[in-house]
Design a protein around this ligand. Structure first.
Ligand SMILES: Cc1cc2nc3c(=O)[nH]c(=O)nc-3n(C[C@H](O)[C@H](O)[C@H](O)COP(=O)(O)OP(=O)(O)OC[C@H]3O[C@@H](n4cnc5c(N)ncnc54)[C@H](O)[C@@H]3O)c2cc1C
Length: 432
């Protein structure tokens, strides 16, 4: 008998399944031994590590109530304490509105270039690089925007569009920049100014709570190896075939299309989709005095683009007298990374930053990986996605989530998409 199949039990698939429960017959198929996807935690030697900081930015009523309802009183509400480390100075985030702490010569270059860019704006803003110069001026770009984003995306910035920006990069007016530079007024701009986080159990707490509500529907340790849209059938790694009536995909869109019987033109489009991979070194250490939630590192001398401190989200993420942090390193697609060498470089830098005194302060180390961390918004993405989604619509398949939708999205958005997909299926607008 055919039923609705959801592929992938990350936050998107789980949210969709939650809304479908008791409404229609469905099954959720997950390749790992446990549900959660990237919104999971790893437990080692008393430490709880996420796949780097996973903070809950809640802005929409339905999803906010839903997440807070899952957390109940196992939650903390946090005001961001984030900085940029540049040439020995810690500058509050967002950089562009907190220039106060910079040495005078860097500050005045940043301010005068910002004024020039805004008083005499350049017209061409097609790619991210041009847009950033037009918005922030040359110096803010050269000190922070360019080197940081190059490290994050591992991709040339002149080949990026501006479609990923959304709320992720705050765009201040002239008054705000001047106040931030000369009066040192504290600025609370940005989508992540305030956030929630589970008090205990890491971000895993959310997905496991959710998974428990639909546990009879989740089949783990089953990888989808191929998909036939013609036969409305998926084939699992163990050879088992499952016929579907409706299909929702939340796994990376590129792979999903490439393992399917989609026409060549659609597969060619999928091959154009690009992403980076984020490697995360999680470190359990002796207690430190660092109070920040995370710090950005634009300079090339640091192998990581960001360091974050789990125990500043919740002290319950590490044993007594310990702290924990993560260092995020990005490579383009599946580029080689020398893990041993990178680990040594990271540890040397956290020593230089005086986060630890020496190797003896390290209690545990664990590498994790976000395979498809950030999708790349290059100039081929839009056209490729149109071909793919037009085709998926024709064959009546929904593909959602950060990777199923191939976009720069966040947890709350994924929950929302999961809910909406469920509504679409139940409302009958699906596949027409
Ligand atoms: C470094 C980093 C930091 C982030 N920080 C934040 C943050 O602070 N706040 C925030 O809101 N968001 C953050 N995010 C985004 C967040 O992780 C995602 O938006 C969310 O976890 C995506 O959920 P998903 O279900 O769409 O995808 P996934 O979690 O990737 O779920 C997809 C599931 O499909 C499974 N799967 C894949 N292939 C197959 C197959 N062939 N067969 C069966 N199953 C398969 C996978 O195992 C996985 O469980 C961050 C992301 C990264 C990379």
């Amino acid at each position: 008998m055919r039923k609705t199949v959801i592929i992938g039990a990350g936050l998107t698939g789980l949210s969709c399944g939650y809304k479908l429960k008791n409404k229609i017959d469905y099954v959720l198929i997950e390749k790992e031994k446990k549900a959660g996807g990237l919104c999971s935690s790893v437990f080692k030697n008393g430490f709880v590590f996420d796949y780097s900081g996973h903070l809950l930015h809640l802005r929409w009523e339905e999803t906010k109530n839903f997440v807070l309802g899952l957390l109940k009183d196992n939650r903390v509400k946090i005001k961001r304490n984030a900085q940029i480390y540049l040439k020995g100075y810690y500058v509050d985030y967002p950089f562009q509105i907190n220039l106060y702490n910079l040495p005078p010569e860097i500050k005045s270059k940043c301010v005068s270039d910002f004024l020039k860019a805004n008083l005499y704006p350049k017209k061409d803003t097609r790619n991210f690089k041009q847009w950033a110069i037009r918005t922030f001026g040359k110096s803010i770009c050269e000190y922070f925007m360019f080197p940081y984003n190059e490290k994050l995306f591992s991709y040339p910035l002149e080949k990026l569009t501006t479609l990923w920006l959304g709320n992720f990069v705050p765009r201040p007016d002239i008054k705000t920049v001047l106040e931030g530079a000369y009066i040192g007024k504290v600025k609370n701009l940005g989508y992540n100014y305030e956030f929630y986080y589970p008090k205990r159990g890491g971000i895993n707490y959310i997905t496991q709570k959710l998974a428990n509500k639909i546990k009879e529907k989740i089949m783990t340790d089953l990888e989808v190896k191929s998909v036939s849209f013609k036969n409305k059938e998926i084939v699992l790694k163990n050879g088992e075939k499952i016929k579907y009536s409706k299909l929702i995909n939340t796994t990376p869109l590129k792979d999903f299309i490439l393992i399917s019987d989609a026409p060549q033109k659609v597969k060619e489009a999928a091959k154009k989709l690009k992403h980076n991979t984020v490697y995360i070194l999680n470190v359990g250490i002796k207690k430190t005095n660092f109070k920040q939630h995370w710090v950005y590192f634009p300079q090339k001398t640091f192998p990581f683009y960001r360091l974050g401190f789990y125990t500043n989200f919740s002290r319950y993420l590490a044993p007594e007298n310990s702290d924990s942090l993560y260092a995020e390193v990005s490579v383009y697609e599946n580029e080689f990374i020398d893990i041993e060498k990178t680990q040594e470089l990271i540890i040397n830098q956290i020593k230089k930053l005086k986060i630890i005194k020496d190797y003896a302060d390290i209690k545990t180390l664990l590498w994790t990986k976000a395979e498809c961390g950030y999708v790349i918004y290059d100039f081929e993405r839009e056209k490729a996605l149109k071909i793919i989604f037009d085709y998926l619509k024709r064959v009546g398949v929904i593909s959602i989530g950060r990777y199923g939708g191939w976009k720069y999205s966040f947890m709350e958005e994924n929950i929302k998409e999961g809910f909406e997909a469920a509504k679409e299926i139940m409302g009958g607008s699906y596949g027409v």
